[in-house]
Design a protein around this ligand. Structure first.
Ligand code: NAD
Length: 292
């Protein structure tokens, strides 16, 4: 017997001790996680992590076909009805309200929000049009505001607390070249998270941010025009980007959707029950590498 076992047998009723040997109930069983951008790279990986720990997930995305495809794949693995695709344009106030109504009708509530739907658009500052600026601000900052406000209202109504995790970017803190609009919108998201955290505390609603650096593979942003634009900006070929990103980190690693999902799950779980208003970077240590 190790020390823990002998302590338990000596002081605990045997039945109670047996209980401690049972596998703990899954972290998120009977809970619902609404993930915006659920059809995308980070969103779909995050859905899988929530499902692994017992949750039901809502894949809220402007791309309903993509969300349906992800939901079909997940339901085939985790069981019918565990993942629900919902169409929403996060810039449309009514559509956001409707998406919560659809979620509540299907699953009865919302315990976790992952505010994640987004785009990436780059342009030199003096070539950034008002349209470019508004595009970034609307989808990122305003979209996060509309979705979080609805989640806050619902969680407050349920009276059971809840968690919100905002996927912002390392650009929320560090300046990015050719990305004034995107980076400013990401900074707004991160600050919005802290402001909501300040108001959510009394209701047990925790709000935190994850700040990724470039996320490789599995992400539509990674496989699109963005990849060629980034390579061009760094003066390299697109197939050299992976190595480029790896070499600039302190840990000499690339970042993948599962790495972001791990941070999200930590911030949604009881493991971080006393953490709110914080920002976690998942970037392999880029800023440290810059100081070398
Ligand atoms: P992705 O393109 O794979 O997924 C984004 C999803 O958002 C897509 O499914 C898209 O349809 C959806 N979407 C876009 N506009 C929408 C709208 N108006 N309403 C509803 N849904 C909308 O990209 P990803 O890498 O999974 O990005 C997720 C988040 O992570 C974004 O907020 C992005 O800015 C952030 N991020 C990504 C990276 C990266 O390198 N991929 C780095 C830092 C931060």
């Amino acid at each position: 017997l190790d020390a823990r076992e002998s302590y338990a047998i000596e002081y605990w009723p045997l039945e109670l001790y047996k209980l401690t040997l049972q596998p703990p109930e899954a972290e998120f069983s009977r809970q619902v996680a609404l993930i915006t951008g659920g059809a995308g790279g980070i969103g779909s990986a995050t859905a899988r992590h929530f499902l692994n720990q017992g949750a039901h997930v809502v894949l809220a995305d402007i791309n309903l076909e993509g969300a349906q495809k992800v939901a079909d794949e997940l339901n085939a693995i985790y069981g019918a009805g565990r993942a629900l695709p919902v169409k929403v344009d996060v810039t449309d106030e009514k559509a956001v309200i409707d998406s919560f109504a659809e979620t509540i009708l299907a699953y009865g509530g919302v315990d976790h929000l992952v505010n994640n739907a987004g785009i990436a658009a780059a342009s030199p500052f003096d070539e950034t049009s008002l349209k470019d600026w508004n595009f970034n601000i609307n989808i990122l900052a305003t979209g996060y505001f509309l979705v979080a406000r609805e989640a806050f209202r619902q969680m407050k109504l349920q009276g059971l607390g809840g968690s919100m995790v905002f996927i912002t970017s390392k650009n929320a803190v560090y300046a990015g070249k050719n990305s004034a609009a995107y980076s400013s919108a990401k900074a707004a998201e991160a600050h919005l998270a802290r402001c909501i955290a300040a108001e959510g505390g009394e209701f047990g609603i925790r709000v935190n941010s994850v700040l990724p650096d470039a996320v490789l593979q599995g992400s539509a942003i990674w496989s699109s025009r963005w990849r060629n634009e980034r390579a061009q900006a760094y003066g390299i070929e697109p197939d050299q980007l992976e190595e480029y990103y790896r070499k600039r980190t302190t840990l000499q690693v690339n970042i993948y959707p599962d790495d972001i999902a791990n941070a999200i799950i930590f911030l949604a779980s009881t493991q971080s029950a006393k953490t709110t208003g914080c920002m976690i970077t998942v970037d392999g240590g880029v800023p440290a590498a810059f100081t070398r």
